[in-house]
Design a protein. Structure first.
Length: 323
C-alpha cells in the first residue's frame, strides 16, 4: 500500500510538471529564430588567403594586397570604427562575402581589370586611414569567413538603416531574378540611428523629378500629381504614379533622383507644394540584408557577429575558406 501511494504521488507530480511545461511556466528562455546563428564550418578543401588586385580610385593606381588587408579597409570605410567589435565583425564577414562572390561571378571589376575597387560606386567603400585596433580585431576574429547558401557565396547586401523592418530584394532593389531564399523581411532594431535617419523629409523640384524619371526611361512633361503606388512586404514603395498614368519603379527612381537625399523608399507620404515635390519617410538605404544600425544595436545587446548575420540572413552557413 505504501509503495502504491508513492507511485500515485510520483505520477501526480509528473503530471503537475508536464502541465506547467505546457503552460510555459517552466520553459527556459528560447532563442528567437531570427537570432539563431548559422553554423560555422571549414570549407572541404580549405585554401590559403588570396592576394587581390585593387583599383585605388583616389590615384588611379592598381595595387596588390592580401585579402584580409583589403577587408580591413572596407570595414573601416563602410562602418564607424568606434562601433562594437561584433558589429564590425559582422560587417567584415559581409565585406569578405561580397568580394568573393563578385570575383566568382564576374571577376571582380572587369572594367578596371582588377578584382576590387575602392570606388563605392563600383564596388565597396575603402578607408585604410580609418583602420584601428577594433577593426583589426573584427577582421582577425572572422578571418576567412564568408556566408554561403547551399555552398555558394550569397549576395551580401547591407544598408545603413532599415527603419524598423528590412526589405525583400525585389522591393528594395527591384531585383530582376528569383527572390533569394535567404532574404526575407524581418524586424530590425534601428532605434540607435540618428534622428535624421529615423524620420526625414526630402524636397526636390518638379524639374528634378522629371529628369530622374527620364534617367530610368520614363518620359513625363511635367509633374501635376504624384502618388505612392504598389508597396512590398515591408511596406516600401515599389512604384510611384506620376500624373496618374506614368508608373516608375521606386528603387530605380530613388537612385536616379538622389539616394543620399531620398534616403529610403519606406515612405509615409509624398506631396506637391508649389514647384516642389516633398517626400517623408524613414530609414536609409535599400533595406535589403543587414541593417548597419540594426547590427550596432544587436551587438550592443550582446549578440555575436554570427547571431547578427543569422538575424538578417536565413538558412545560411558561415564557411571558413582559409586560415
Amino acid at each position: 500500500m505504501h509503495f502504491r501511494k508513492q507511485g500515485i504521488a510520483v505520477l501526480m507530480a509528473l503530471f503537475f510538471v508536464v502541465s506547467l511545461i505546457g503552460c510555459g511556466m517552466l520553459n527556459t528562455p528560447q532563442q528567437k529564430p531570427e537570432d539563431t546563428p548559422p553554423p560555422v564550418v571549414p570549407q572541404a578543401n580549405q585554401g590559403v588567403e588570396p592576394d587581390i588586385l585593387v583599383f585605388m580610385h583616389q590615384n588611379g593606381e592598381k595595387k596588390t594586397m592580401k585579402m584580409e588587408d583589403y577587408i580591413a579597409g572596407v570595414v573601416a570605410g563602410e562602418m564607424k570604427n568606434n562601433w562594437p567589435v561584433e558589429a564590425l565583425a559582422a560587417q567584415a564577414i559581409l565585406a569578405r562575402t561580397f568580394t568573393v562572390q563578385a570575383i566568382a561571378d564576374k571577376g571582380g571589376v572587369p572594367e578596371r581589370g582588377t578584382q576590387a575597387s575602392t570606388d563605392i560606386k563600383e564596388f565597396q567603400a575603402y578607408d585604410a586611414n580609418a583602420i584601428n585596433d577594433a577593426v583589426r580585431q573584427a577582421v582577425t576574429m572572422t578571418r576567412g569567413m564568408i556566408i554561403v547558401y547551399q555552398g555558394q557565396p550569397i549576395h551580401a547586401w547591407f544598408h545603413a538603416s532599415a527603419g524598423g523592418i528590412t526589405a525583400t530584394a525585389k522591393e528594395g532593389l527591384n531585383y530582376k531574378e528569383m527572390e533569394p531564399p535567404y532574404i526575407v523581411s524581418v524586424p530590425s532594431p534601428d532605434d540607435g540611428a540618428p534622428a535624421d535617419v529615423k524620420n526625414w523629409t526630402a524636397t526636390f523640384s518638379k524639374k528634378q523629378v522629371v529628369e530622374a524619371s527620364a534617367k530610368i526611361g520614363k518620359t513625363v512633361t511635367g509633374v501635376n500629381t504624384i502618388a505612392l503606388g504598389q508597396k512590398g512586404p515591408s511596406g516600401r514603395t515599389q512604384t510611384l504614379m506620376i500624373n496618374g498614368n506614368t508608373e516608375v519603379a521606386g528603387p530605380d527612381f530613388r537612385v536616379a533622383l538622389d539616394g543620399t537625399k531620398l534616403k529610403s523608399m519606406l515612405l509615409d507620404k509624398v506631396e506637391i507644394s508649389g514647384d516642389n515635390v516633398i517626400f517623408t519617410g524613414k530609414g536609409y538605404g535599400h533595406g535589403v540584408g543587414m541593417s548597419q544600425w540594426g547590427a550596432y544595436q544587436l551587438a550592443g545587446a550582446g549578440k555575436k557577429s554570427e547571431e547578427i548575420i543569422g538575424h538578417y540572413f536565413k538558412n545560411v552557413t558561415i564557411e571558413k575558406r582559409w586560415n
